[in-house]
Every structure is written in C-alpha cells, then in structure tokens.
Design a protein around this ligand. Sequence first.
Ligand code: SAH
Ligand code: SF4
Length: 344
Amino acid sequence: MLERLLEKKIFSKKDIVFLLNLYKKDDLEKLYKKADEIRKLYCGDEVHLRGIIEISNICEQNCLYCGLRCSNKNLIRYKMSSQEIIAAGKKILKAGIKTIILQSGENKNIKREEISEIIYELKSYGDCAITLSLGERDFIDYAEWRKAGAERYLLKHETASRALYSLYHPGENLIDRIKHLRMLKILRYQIGSGNLIGLPQQTLEDIADDILLCDKLDIDMGSFSPLIPPNGYPLKSHAAKISELTLKVIAAARIVLKKIHIPVTTALSSIDPDARERGLNAGGNVIMINFTPNPYNSNYIIYPNRRVVSDQSAIINLLSLTAKLGRHISESKGNSPKLRSSAS
Ligand code: SAH
Ligand code: SF4
C-alpha cells in the first residue's frame, strides 16, 4: 500500500494524511528514503546556505504564538541602522554565502527607500541574491524592492485553515495573506511560504491542506516548521512529538511538491539537536545561518531557547555534516530549482 502510494504522480489530501499518519519505524524509513531520492532527482546534492540578518524586532502585528507580537511588553525592541545591516551583509558575503535574508517584524516605519538602498548597496558589493522577509507591505514597496534588486520574498501562509488563521492572527484573514503571495508572484519574486506545525487545534488534514496550498501557489521555497510554545509550556514531550511530525511534513512536502527548496529550520534545530542531519535526509536542502550581530541577536525572541546557528564554526560543522551525507555546500546563489538556470 505505502510503496504504491509513494510512486504516485499526483497526491490527494487523503494520500498526504496517510503519509503524515505513518508511525512504524520501517514505514518512516521508506517515507524519508523516497523524499531523499526525490530531493536528489530534482535538486541534486547541493546544500544551500542562507545568511539571515534580523534587522528589527519591532512588530505591529499580534500573531498570538510569536514573541515579537506587539502586545508583548517584555521585550527590548531594536532596529539596526542601515550601516549595521550593510556591514552584517558584507560579513555574509565574505563567509562565501551568496544569499542574504533580511527579516524583521512587520513594521511600516521601516521605510521603503531605506530597504531599497540597502538592497542596492549589497548587490553592488558582491554577486548575491537578496531574500526579504518583512511581513505584509504595500504593492509599491514590493515593486520598488524588486526593482532595487531583491529577487525572493518569504511570507509564510502559516496555516491553510481559515478558522485557525483568524484565530491566531486577530483581525487578519487567510484570503488577504494569499493575495500578498500572489502580488509577489506577479512581480516575479521567487516566493517562499509554509506553515507552523503543532498549533493547538490543528489537524493532520489542516497540514495536508498546507502542502496542497503551497502547490497551488506554485512556491519556490517551502518552510515547514514546528511551533515552539512560550516559556512555561512542558516542552520535552511536545518537542519529541512535533519534531517527528515536522520531519514527516518535510518528507511529504518534498514528495508532493518536488522542485522546491526546503530548509531545515532554526526552529526544528532548537528542539532537536539532530535536526540538521535528519532534515537533510528527509527532503531538506537549505540551512540558514544567523548573522544578526549582538546585542540585537539575543532580543529577536520569536520563541524561547532559540538555537541560533552563527559564524564560521557553524559553516565548518556543516561542511563535515554534508560530507558525511555525501552532499556538498553549494557555491551558487541557489535560485529556485523552478528557474531554468539555477546555477546563476
Ligand atoms: N514578520 C515576518 C517575519 C518574521 S516572523 C513574518 O511574519 O512573515 C518569521 C516566522 O517566524 C513566521 O513566519 C512564523 O512562522 C515564525 N514563528 C513565529 N512564532 C513562532 C513560534 N512560536 N515558533 C516557531 N516559529 C514561529
Ligand atoms: Fe510579527 Fe511576524 Fe511575529 Fe507575526 S510572526 S508577530 S508578523 S514577527
């Protein structure tokens, strides 16, 4: 039954739920092996590194699960200056990483022109790709940033369940979120979306819908990441359950969506010390390395006990991990595998 299902070309919601329900060791091995084969076939053996700079933790949104939500008064807020951001970006390029991610809370006070100038500066400094992850903005902002040279945008749909979306994002709705992803697509950004796994009340059917929505949106990158609960929540039992489920989601997403980049997220590494190896063996092909300078870094508390992967030693560890897995670190910008030339 499982063998036949894994050979299918098109997957229904029922098929995906079946995969997410697997729990026997040998069934899980078959699932991960198939995902690994598909990753190799469509994306090759390269592991892509992305350097992330968390430029500000100021946020106007109130996503209930997130430590940066505006109603959280127990956080020292910051915004890096343009000079600090550019210096961190140069550090990423000097480390040999050719994708810079600029991420922040959703904050309309981060001026369109300021981001355009940063993009322009970094692109003139070195051959690189810029990914923005600044939340929902106006079409004109997205358009100007694209013109300045940014080619990717990461905006997770978080959950494909309309009810859950509205529950966790007060005053917001899923339809609007999807509109933003479509705007970005119109502007020819390579788009990243994805979900949170382990939201209270979320079902495996909801998660299957997340994967199917990513298919419909024709995404270039899919981030399937565990929800890390706030401090005080009994994390140990949650972590074991959610990290296995996240690996199953990564594998199922790889099998269904095929030609996309899939990161092994920092959130997964924060609850599972073996996440990078397990994730890279279950369909993942991207790893993010943190270049947010201190003291800002320690205040970007999206969730507690974040295990931040930073600096050169992290890259050296990854070199030995990828070699152990028979893979290698990419020297390219790692464009979307859906673009004809991903070597550039
Ligand atoms: N403000 C931007 C980017 C920063 S948030 C945005 O929301 O798009 C980046 C991601 O952090 C979000 O997409 C969300 O999926 C994730 N996140 C927020 N709270 C989290 C938590 N408690 N556990 C795991 N991931 C979380
Ligand atoms: Fe703000 Fe993003 Fe956190 Fe939502 S997930 S509160 S938009 S930083």
